[in-house]
Ligand binder design. Structure first.
Ligand code: CP
Ligand code: NVA
Length: 294
């Protein structure tokens, strides 16, 4: 068990906030906590969950994770806070810092997350913004390492929309030694991520194939256009046949069978998606321990 952490007291807003050694420490501790899930490492600690967008996995895995570590989590629905009646974000963040040990924030604009981090004196964790989803990327890297034994030189093919999840997954690859190449339609590329047009070009020989919803939270008004533009980017058995024979598929969920992925692939024997979802719990517990213990 790691007792001295360079992450203590820090924020995790983007993958770039981590060093390679810190990212590896999160994965290593996640494996230890997966083996011994109920250890009172955060007894008495409280995590706030400020979620301005829907969530199933992130909210529940953070809540269950805190309970397993002997701490507690409090859901902070924006509409129930005085914030929604005009109290400022800085005043809310200052007051919450007096009660909580850490705050996980899911919101639209990354700048709003940065404001929470600026005004709160406790660690702030990005639980998803339109720009990044670092907790998801940590779970994804653990899932790949679990299956392949190492991340070094692993070829990850991303197919479809260049979402927040892709940005974090590719940034983490630069820290941990796997390579992400994306196939996205014009206009759907992710900033800073190498991309091509044809999904077959990235899946050919890939070790891992990853996709995400075609309609992320906040993109609902573009639904019709997105379904048309992304139609050639569905992950199906024919596309997967081009990948390495042992290749597996990941998806952060929620999935939309028949849109970005077929039901056969989602529920098939090459799907690592359900292990990936569980790994959210283990990496976030590790992250909380490293951020909160001195
Ligand atoms: N993958 C993910 O973040 O799921 P939720 O939106 O359900 O939290
Ligand atoms: N790209 C998706 C991920 C959901 C977990 C979104 O932002 O809605």
């Amino acid at each position: 068990m790691l007792t001295v952490s360079s992450l203590t007291g820090r924020d995790l807003l983007r993958i770039a906030d981590l060093s390679s050694a810190e990212a590896e420490a999160v994965l290593d501790l996640a494996v230890e906590l997966r083996e011994q899930p109920k250890q009172p490492l955060l007894a008495g600690a409280t995590l706030g969950l400020y979620f301005a967008k829907h969530s199933t996995r992130t909210r529940v895995s953070f809540s269950a994770g805190m309970a397993q570590l002997g701490g507690a989590a409090i859901a902070l629905a924006p509409e129930e806070l005085q914030l929604s009646r005009g109290e400022s974000l800085p005043d809310t963040a200052r007051a919450l810092s007096g009660y909580l040990d850490a705050l996980a924030v899911r919101t639209h604009a990354h700048a709003e997350l940065a404001a929470w981090a600026e005004w709160a004196s406790i660690p702030v964790i990005n639980a998803l913004t339109a720009e990044e989803h670092p907790c998801q990327a940590l779970a994804d890297a653990l899932t790949i390492r679990d299956r392949l034994g190492s991340l070094d030189g692993v070829r990850v093919a991303w197919v479809g929309d260049g979402t927040n999840v892709l940005v974090s997954l590719a940034a983490l690859g630069e820290l941990l030694g796997y390579e992400v190449v994306a196939a996205c339609p014009p206009g759907y590329e992710a900033p800073g991520v190498q991309s091509v047009r044809d999904p077959r070009d990235v899946v050919d020989g890939a070790d891992v194939v990853v996709t995400d919803t075609w309609i992320s939270m906040g993109d609902e008004h573009e639904r019709v256009k997105r379904l048309i533009d992304l139609e050639p980017y569905r992950v199906d058995d024919a596309l997967l046949a081009l990948a390495s024979p042992d290749a597996f598929v990941m998806h952060c969920l929620p999935a939309h069978p028949g849109e970005e992925i077929t039901a056969d692939v989602l529920y098939g024997k090459r799907s690592a998606i359900w292990d990936e979802a569980e790994n959210r719990l283990h990496v976030q517990k590790a992250l909380l321990v490293l951020l909160l213990r001195s």
